[in-house]
Ligand binder design. Structure first.
Ligand SMILES: Nc1nc2c(c(=O)[nH]1)N[C@H]1C(S)=C(S)[C@@H](COP(=O)(O)OP(=O)(O)OC[C@H]3O[C@@H](n4cnc5c(=O)[nH]c(N)nc54)[C@H](O)[C@@H]3O)O[C@H]1N2
Ligand SMILES: Nc1nc2c(c(=O)[nH]1)N[C@H]1C(S)=C(S)[C@@H](COP(=O)(O)OP(=O)(O)OC[C@H]3O[C@@H](n4cnc5c(=O)[nH]c(N)nc54)[C@H](O)[C@@H]3O)O[C@H]1N2
Ligand code: SF4
Ligand SMILES: [Mo]
Length: 741
């Protein structure tokens, strides 16, 4: 198995008397852009004179990042040697303290307690929670482990917080969900890009270069209740070449994007700007959608969303002018978490797809609709079986043919496979309740910080008989576990990831894990053995991938023609990886989906009428403002990793809340003062940061912190009825000065 690819960085590795492994060509540990980087091991003296292998990071040329990295990428190697990195298994002792133990003792304990709980209460008394940061190999094996070894239906993962609404809508309307069904670099040739609820300038900084074409054409449209760093790319000439405005920023009330989209479709149709030939040839259901948007005249949209009528018309015309049907160079409609993390997220994405279809954009080279996938393997993580209703290859677990195919690859009886489980929020709510799961295994999520209504989640986790957390650091969730297992991560393991554009890429090992951290592949195989399961769980990532390829073959996300060896050969030859589906070993991959037909029964995209209802929470006298949550450049998710990077911690050390100066002045909360935020779920305190980039009726709170500054003590666990995705982006909040302690 090839573990390294020689690169020029090798030549620049520092000279050392100690043997140094060659540089590894790999990708960033964090987000779905999966920027290419080279890790060069350096040998530095460790704390006690020992040699602790370290790696240095350099950006690497790749079509998505073109050599660029963001601050998180540059500093990512720090997490490998975090001062409190987990290096031995820990078990909670009689005193309540976590005590170090051996792998044998820890695994024996976990296996015997799982066996007892299953014997007493049935296999569904054990549940599993996965993560979108796991490699394809680990995500696949976790799904197989749950269904064949534990035989529980109850597996779901944090992608439910992240991608579920975009996935549900794309599957329903287009027949397949691949975040971007085209290469990211295609954006560069378009005249217009409509970005709804996505702050890529902070969440995927190197991707911003692909917006240059749209900005130059004056066609970057950003929809965000905040004038985010990305919105400034659209309307602040100082961020561009100085040639004037680069586009438009629409600043709606949080949770009203669906009305904005219905209004845009209304204007396009009313002004006769639709692509009638495309609609006739490639879609069904147009008439119903046309009827449903008829009532969303621009003045009504303005009343609901706050977006001025002239701005709405301007954007509709700008998008239509960019459409190839009207002689433009192309246009893209893209959605992010700002619109998807909503109780009407699936409907909103459906409306975005409908707009793109009305303009004739989808399945056309140089135009399209896409969702900007979030986590490192957010895409692959949702294809191979961590989702409660899913089997590998994006197959449905309730489809008899899918069950038969996958069961044959796994060597089990299809009848033995459990049926669908429940989505993450429902799963979390059921933990430790009568008849609900009594044990939970967590792999790659810090639920206590990132799940909605975090105080309720803590209560459910504490009600379990057994909580087992695999992690690389003592995350907040690991700290309340009964057993913590130290696992390998990112630069310590081989595997594959699938990026936001459906490109399957190699993650390569550059250094050994410290202490006694082990791969989760090994952990699952050892647990299976101890539980007496006859099912074979491979532990070599290349072997796991080959099995995944067979299990996915013939499915929507078909990796059948891929192997680690093929990916390595391709990259050694300068190839940029393969976009799925890749059904055969000589198939070149599929950079662009839907060009000829949609993978629906009649080959057409389905236009589905949707309507705006509004968020679940409503403003009320004791909660008169909107709260929205999201990200800052320097921190990643629950912060389990980035809070352990000194450079990033220095830049953004503590939780803060963005308040418009008018609001701050009215409430008596000066810039820099402590502010108390209260919702029906709980209270959070943070430092007020005055900024006129946020709407005066809205407070923005990043969710990267635990404790009293935790955003998720405030959020609602209301979910989208189709996707089960929680409404992280909008709830009603009261804001007041915090009494100083
Ligand atoms: N720095 C950093 N980068 C990351 C991550 C990270 O944690 N930190 N996480 C990665 C992951 S997993 C994900 S999912 C992506 C997320 O990437 P994004 O979707 O870009 O991230 P968010 O900050 O959650 O939300 C984007 C924007 O939505 C806006 N917003 C809030 N409410 C609304 C609304 O009602 N309507 C609209 N239109 N906009 C709204 C917010 O103001 C914010 O600017 O980022 C990935 N990259
Ligand atoms: N209020 C609010 N809440 C949100 C969001 C929001 O916008 N607003 N966004 C949501 C979204 S989009 C997401 S994706 C979630 C993410 O939130 P989480 O699911 O908490 O994601 P991370 O913080 O990335 O946690 C990943 C954990 O896995 C560990 N880890 C890293 N590599 C490995 C590995 O290989 N194996 C194992 N076992 N562990 C590993 C890390 O150390 C970390 O503890 O948060 C959601 N929560
Ligand atoms: S944009 Fe994402 S993948 Fe690229 S360096 Fe930053 S965190 Fe890593
Ligand atoms: Mo995410």
């Amino acid at each position: 198995m090839s573990t390294t690819t020689p690169t020029s960085a090798q030549a620049t590795a520092p000279a050392s008397a100690l043997p140094v492994a060659p540089a590894a060509a790999t990708h960033c540990p964090y987000c779905a852009l999966q920027c290419a980087m080279t890790l060069t091991p350096t040998a530095l003296p460790g704390p006690s004179g020992s040699v602790a292998p370290e790696v240095s990071v350099a950006g690497r040329e790749f079509p998505t990042n073109r050599g660029g990295l963001c601050q998180k990428g540059w500093t990512s190697a720090s997490v490998l040697r975090a001062a409190d990195r987990l290096t031995v298994p820990l078990v909670r002792g009689r005193s309540g303290e976590m005590e170090p133990t051996t792998w044998d003792a820890a695994l024996d304990l976990v296996a015997s307690r799982l066996a007892r709980i299953a014997a007493e209460s049935g296999p569904q008394a054990v549940a599993v929670f996965g993560g979108g940061g796991l490699t394809n190999e680990k995500a696949y094996t976790l799904g197989k482990f749950a269904r064949t070894v534990l035989r529980t239906p109850f597996i779901d993962y944090n992608g439910r917080f992240c991608m579920a609404s975009a996935a549900a809508a794309a599957n329903r309307s287009l027949g397949a969900d691949r975040g971007l069904p085209f290469p990211l670099s295609d954006l560069g040739g378009a005249d217009a890009v409509l970005l709804l609820g996505s702050n890529v300038a902070e969440t995927m900084p190197p991707s911003v270069q692909h917006l240059a074409g749209a900005r130059a054409a004056g066609g970057l449209v950003v929809v965000d209740p905040r004038r985010s760093a990305t919105a400034r790319l659209a309307d602040d000439p100082s961020t561009g070449s100085g040639r004037g405005a680069q586009g438009v920023h629409l600043q709606p009330v949080p949770g009203t994007d669906l009305a904005v989209l219905l209004g845009l479709a209304h204007v396009v149709l009313a002004e006769g700007l639709a692509d009638a030939a495309y609609l006739a040839e490639r879609t069904t259901g147009f008439d119903d959608v046309a009827r449903s948007v008829a009532a969303w005249w621009p003045e009504r949209v303005e009343a609901v969303t706050g977006v001025p009528v002239p701005e709405l018309r301007r954007v509709a015309r700008l998008l239509a002018a960019a459409s190839p049907s009207r002689g433009g160079r192309g246009a893209y409609v893209l959605t992010g978490r700002g619109v998807e993390q909503s109780s009407q997220g699936t409907a909103t994405v459906t409306a975005a797809i409908n707009l793109a279809l009305i303009l004739g954009l989808v399945g056309r080279v140089g135009s399209g609709y896409g969702a900007v996938t979030g986590q490192g393997n957010g895409q692959g993580g949702r294809e191979h079986g961590q989702k409660s209703d899913q089997l590998p290859g994006y197959r449905k677990i309730d489809d008899p043919a899918a069950r038969e195919h996958v069961a044959a690859v796994w060597g089990v009886d299809p009848e033995s496979l459990p049926g669908p489980g429940v989505p993450a929020v429902a799963l979390l709510r059921s933990l430790g309740t009568p008849g609900g799961p009594r044990a939970l295994l967590v792999h790659g999520s810090n639920l206590l910080v990132s799940a909605p209504d975090a105080a309720a989640v803590r209560a459910r986790l504490e009600a379990l008989d057994l909580l087992v957390v695999c992690d690389v650091v003592p995350s907040e969730t690991a700290l309340i576990a009964d057993v913590v297992l130290p696992v390998t991560q990112w630069a310590e393991e081989e595997g594959t990831m699938t990026s936001l554009e459906g490109r399957v890429i190699r993650r390569r090992k550059a250094t050994d894990a410290p202490g006694d951290a082990r791969s989760e592949l090994w952990v699952w195989a050892e647990l299976a053995r101890r539980l007496g399961s006859p099912v074979h769980l491979a532990t070599d990532p290349a072997e796991v991938f080959d099995e995944l390829a067979r299990a996915s073959a013939g499915g929507v996300a078909d990796y059948g023609g891929l192997s680690h060896a093929r990916l390595d050969d391709d990259e050694a030859g300068g190839g940029p990886g393969f976009h799925w589906p890749v059904p055969a070993a000589d198939h070149p991959g599929t950079p662009r989906l839907f060009l000829d037909r949609f993978p629906t029964p009649d080959g057409r995209a389905r236009m589905i009428p949707v309507d705006h209802i509004g968020p679940t929470d409503d403003l009320r006298p004791d909660a008169p403002l909107w709260l929205t949550t999201g990200r800052v450049l320097q921190h990643y998710q629950s912060g389990a990793q980035t809070h352990r990077v000194p450079e990033l911690e220095r830049l953004v050390p503590a939780p803060y809340a963005e308040l418009h100066p008018l609001l701050g002045a009215r409430l008596g909360v000066p810039d820099g003062a402590r502010v108390r935020l209260t919702t029906a779920r709980g209270t959070t305190t943070a430092t007020a940061r005055w900024t006129d980039t946020v709407r005066p009726d809205t407070v923005f709170l990043p969710f990267h912190w635990s404790g009293e500054g935790s955003a998720n003590l405030l959020t609602t666990d209301a979910v989208d009825p189709v996707s089960g995705m929680p409404e992280f982006k909008v709830c009603a909040v009261a804001v007041a000065p915090a009494e100083e302690a």
